[in-house]
Design a protein around this ligand. Structure first.
Ligand code: NOJ
Length: 531
């Protein structure tokens, strides 16, 4: 009997930051009709599912991650009708829609918080996390916000502090309260009933906090320049006892709906991350694997070590996943350089497991330049060097005014990256050697070769420390991926003969002897093994 695989195992996920993808109504901010108008591009590209960062009504203190109503659409992005149209149009093209679900905090403008802060006796008071001041009147403990500063805000009217692990306008919900759990599960059902295909759950590993409110430890390795959030070892605010029971409950809501996906945002080391699959594989389908984002350097041996550790410790039956970039961390082409980014793309799209591709990374988009006076990101306002605005600049569609993102007559909400006249969809679609052509070819190969979608994975030992080599195999299909992670030419010695299916330079094909395999700097090969 042939095994069948759910769509989220064989497919590729594409993350859209809605403000920045396509402006359909000419106000300089991306929106849902804009996204719908570009579905044919995504189909052409060859991705299978779209994850949308939040589109709900929001004061936009954290650009939609501060939600004032979980079951509506912010007018900036369109209407509920636009959402229904997007779902229907995507489905008619066999594209899935994944929504961002942000359960850890609401906006301070959410009616629940408005009620909670009205008085200590209010029925919604315990929906959030309140605490009396410390004996000196200051914050109850040393917990810090991920954006910088204390995680506690004093509420003068009721004389207590409320907790906000992110912006002061993002009060944390109290997930120990069963009413909060039920209300949020209803939110999930609301969207699942509307036909969406799953959720990416924001900061899943932070939902519970120590109920004794003990201080976090200071991180002795933190140095200036590191993310402010790394200053503490968050032993009492991250990955707390009880979290897995909660995640299981969340999963069971999804399970009532058939083949929907549960993706969890989790920044943890591999052993702790893998716990989020659940002992019975009854938690997240895909706990996001951010090892390629958090790794200390982009060296072949570090990459191999990460991939091997992840592959060998993955629980039985758990499905792997890989991420190179998202709306919170520097773009891959900026981190490793445009040339090496092609190799990274080959890595992402040939490893075993579901890849998630951040919008624009298929073109090789770089971080943009956002001048200090234009910073709008709350994290950037606290720490300009950690501003996330440059990662969120508008999608580059063509070389015309505003890169085709919005009309020439308006200013886009963030400035375009400097390279948009050459790095854009229209130019790259016509260039047989462009980054976009590489991405599309890899997506096509991935879809058509079982070895790449569902095949086994094995790292290959060889002597060249600047290269990472692995095999993907399914029945008679044997493929090798040989990646030069350096700028220098390299030679790799492998047994047997091979056929070049693809070079990241898109200029070589044909058979060759693998005993002295030459790679140009920043070159990756996908090879079919011939015996
Ligand atoms: C993680 C999201 O990815 C990030 O953009 C956001 O600022 C925080 N969670 C708070 O929701």
């Amino acid at each position: 009997m042939t095994q069948t695989y759910p769509w989220w195992q064989t497919g590729v996920i594409y993350q859209i930051y809605p403000r920045s993808f396509m402006d359909g109504n000419g106000d300089g901010v991306g929106d849902l009709p804009g996204i719908t108008s570009r579905l044919d591009y995504l189909r052409w590209l060859g991705v299978d599912a779209i994850w949308l960062s939040p589109i709900y009504p929001s004061p936009m203190a954290d650009f939609g991650y501060d939600i004032a109503n979980y079951t509506a659409v912010d007018p900036l992005f369109g209407t509920m009708q636009d959402m229904d149209t997007l779902i229907q149009q995507a489905h008619s093209r066999d594209l899935k829609i994944i929504l961002d679900f942000v359960p850890n905090h609401t906006s301070d403008e959410h009616p629940w918080f408005q009620e909670a802060r009205a008085s200590r006796e209010n029925a919604k008071r315990d929906w959030y996390i309140w605490h009396d001041p410390a004996s000196d009147g200051g914050p109850p403990n040393n917990w810090t916000s991920y954006f910088g500063g204390s995680a506690w805000q004093f509420d003068a009217q009721t004389g207590q502090y409320y907790l906000h692990l992110f912006d002061v306008k993002q009060p944390d919900l109290n997930w120990r309260n069963p009413r909060v759990q039920e209300a949020m599960f209803d939110v999930m059902r609301f969207w699942l009933d509307r036909g969406i295909d799953g959720f990416r759950v924001d900061v899943l590993w932070l939902l519970l906090k120590d109920d004794q409110f003990r201080d976090n430890l200071m991180n002795p390795d933190w140095k200036p320049g590191d993310l402010p959030s790394a200053r503490q070892e968050k032993i009492h605010t991250e990955d707390q006892p009880g979290i897995h029971e909660l995640v299981r409950k969340m999963r069971s809501v999804l399970d009532g709906y058939g083949e929907r996906v549960f993706i969890g945002e989790i920044y943890l080391s591999i052993p702790r991350l893998l716990n989020y699959y659940g002992e019975m594989l009854d938690e997240a389908h895909l706990p996001f694997n951010f090892q390629f984002i958090t790794m200390p350097n982009w060296h072949a041996q570090t990459i191999r070590q990460i991939v091997d550790e992840y592959e060998t410790t993955l629980p039985n039956g758990a499905w792997p996943n890989w991420v190179l970039g998202n709306h919170d961390r520097a773009r891959i082409a900026t981190r490793v350089g445009s040339e090496q980014a092609r190799v990274a793309q080959m890595l992402l799209l040939t490893l075993r497991g579901t890849p998630t591709c951040y919008y624009g990374d298929e073109l090789g988009m770089q971080n943009g330049n956002v001048p200090p006076e234009m910073i709008s990101d709350p994290q950037g306002k606290e720490n300009p060097e950690h501003s996330r605005d440059p990662i969120r600049t508008p999608m580059q569609w063509d070389s015309g005014p505003n890169a085709g993102f919005c009309p020439a007559t308006v200013s886009p909400w963030l400035p375009l990256a400097d390279d948009y006249q050459t790095c854009n969809v229209a130019s790259e679609q016509n260039d047989p050697r462009s980054f976009l052509t590489l991405t599309r070819t890899l997506l096509d190969l991935r879809r058509s070769l079982f070895a790449l979608t569902i095949g086994s994975f094995q790292s290959i030992d060889q002597d060249n420390n600047s290269c990472f080599v692995y095999q993907r195999q399914h029945n008679e299909q044997h493929y090798l991926v040989v990646l030069n992670i350096s700028v220098q030419e390299q030679t790799v010695k492998l047994p047997g003969q091979g056929r070049i299916v693809l070079s990241t330079y898109l200029d070589r094909e044909g058979s060759l002897d693998l005993s002295t395999l030459h790679l140009r700097g920043n070159e990756g090969y996908l090879l079919e093994k011939l015996f």
